[in-house]
Design a protein around this ligand. Structure first.
Ligand code: 5AD
Ligand code: SF4
Length: 409
């Protein structure tokens, strides 16, 4: 979501004549797009804001704007960080652009040619979330779900593809519930996917994040049946123990999650699955953690994002004692990391000798970098310009986090 906000802010600002700078000291405008999903992310943001105080003293004319989930109560933030020129709620690109226009209007340069459109463009389809996961601050900051009308999403898709995008990623906190709050539109995520799918020139379509309690058979059929929709799902499980899942307010059991995965794998053979897990949720015992480790072993996810539980102010879970000691959280985190590294390595090794279609997104350390439809990061060497192209790459090296290969002629 923040990447997508950053893309949109960047595009709007280059329309006003701004261009990017590597050093904050050289900038006329600094925009921080903030995350507070865990305390560590919030601490990083606060650290950055503190360090900008000195910069602002040295360069008083530099404008500093803060956007994103840190912004719950602008008045309090203004008091605490008086050197910040404006605070904007998550995805409030228009609010930010208005202030920038006011501030820079007299000297605004003619619009620059937009920077090259990324090969993969993310488009938010809904903001906020109607679930009540007890650990989650996101819904407190982003509010209840507000789906965007399909017409807007389709127009943005067409424009992005016309400017050179080849992949569209439809984004939301819980995309599976897309449209539930727009009953008159009568379109769910499966319907939206099939409309976006037909955009001329689009090569790939992805969507995230899904909710295991809301992934319908119709949606699985859409993934199976629409050729440009990638066989890759982001399906956070969070935990493998039913008691903890209930305390987290997730609304499904481990059994229901596993049965969903097997239906997906039946209908979409080779579908890659990424998940999120929280270790050390309040009251999580060693046995309950073992259930999560068992689930990871049994389900063989392609990737797992593991987080140590962090109490967030205002969430129901923050009222519970944060009773799993930090070193035990770290131990559980390490165990899952090691387990998943082994599994990812095993899965990636099965790619050896296979040829995969890679959508090339850029260069990295002298190599081309792109992704397989299953979202594997693939690197290869080649002299031609592959930017935005689909390359057939024969894999000859596999690590847990990426693959390498050579282009087939
Ligand atoms: N503590 C730790 N991890 C969290 N996440 C969300 N809230 C918390 C929290 N309070 C994780 C979840 C979610 C991901 C985006 O961040 O795993 O899926
Ligand atoms: Fe937060 Fe749960 Fe909504 Fe995800 S589904 S944004 S974890 S409340």
């Amino acid at each position: 979501m923040n990447d997508a906000d950053a893309q949109r802010v960047g595009a709007a600002l280059s329309g006003l004549g701004f261009c990017g700078r590597a050093e904050p000291e050289e900038a006329d405008l600094i925009v921080l797009i903030t995350c507070v999903v865990r305390q560590s992310a919030e601490d990083k943001t606060i650290g950055r804001l503190e360090s900008l105080k000195g910069l602002k003293r040295r360069h008083p004319s530099t404008m500093v704007a803060v956007m994103g989930c840190l912004v719950a109560d602008p008045a309090t933030l203004r008091e605490r960080f008086p050197w910040v020129d404006g605070f904007f709620r998550p995805s409030d690109v228009d609010g930010l652009v208005d202030l920038v226009r006011q501030r820079f209007a007299p000297e605004t340069a003619p619009a620059l040619p937009a920077e090259r459109t990324p090969v993969s463009v993310s488009i938010p389809i809904s903001m906020g979330c109607d679930h009540h996961c007890t650990y989650c601050i996101v819904r407190l900051r982003r509010g209840s779900q507000q789906s965007r009308p399909a017409g807007e999403i389709l127009r943005e898709t067409r424009e992005a593809v016309q400017r050179g995008a080849r992949e569209i990623v439809l984004l939301g906190q819980n995309v599976d519930a897309y449209g539930h709050d727009l009953p008159s539109q009568g379109l769910n995520l499966a319907g939206l996917l099939s409309q976006v799918h037909d955009t001329d020139g689009l090569l790939r379509l992805r969507f995230l994040t899904s909710h295991p309690g809301e992934m319908t058979e119709e949606l699985i059929s859409a993934v199976a049946g629409l050729s440009r929709v990638c066989p890759h799902l982001e399906l956070p499980v969070q935990c493998g123990d039913d008691v903890v899942l209930r305390r987290m307010g997730r609304g499904y059991t481990r059994e229901q999650y596993s049965s969903l995965l097997s239906r997906i794998r039946q209908r979409v053979p080779g579908c890659s699955i990424a998940t999120d897990i929280i270790v050390g949720f309040p009251t999580e015992t060693r046995e309950q953690f073992e259930a999560t480790a068992d689930l990871v072993t049994a389900e063989r996810f392609d990737s797992v994002h593991i987080a140590k539980y962090s109490p967030r102010p205002g969430t129901p879970a923050a009222l519970l004692a944060d009773d799993v000691p930090q070193d035990e959280k770290e131990r559980r985190h390490r165990i899952l990391e090691e387990l998943q590294t082994r599994i990812s390595q095993e899965i990636n090794s099965t790619y050896m000798g296979r040829t995969v279609e890679v959508l090339v997104e850029g260069r990295h350390r002298g190599r081309w970098r792109g992704r397989s439809a299953t979202n594997k990061l693939v690197f290869f060497d080649h002299d031609a310009d592959w930017m935005g192209e689909l390359a057939s790459v024969e894999i000859n090296w596999a690590g847990p986090w990426s693959l390498r290969g050579t282009v087939k002629g």
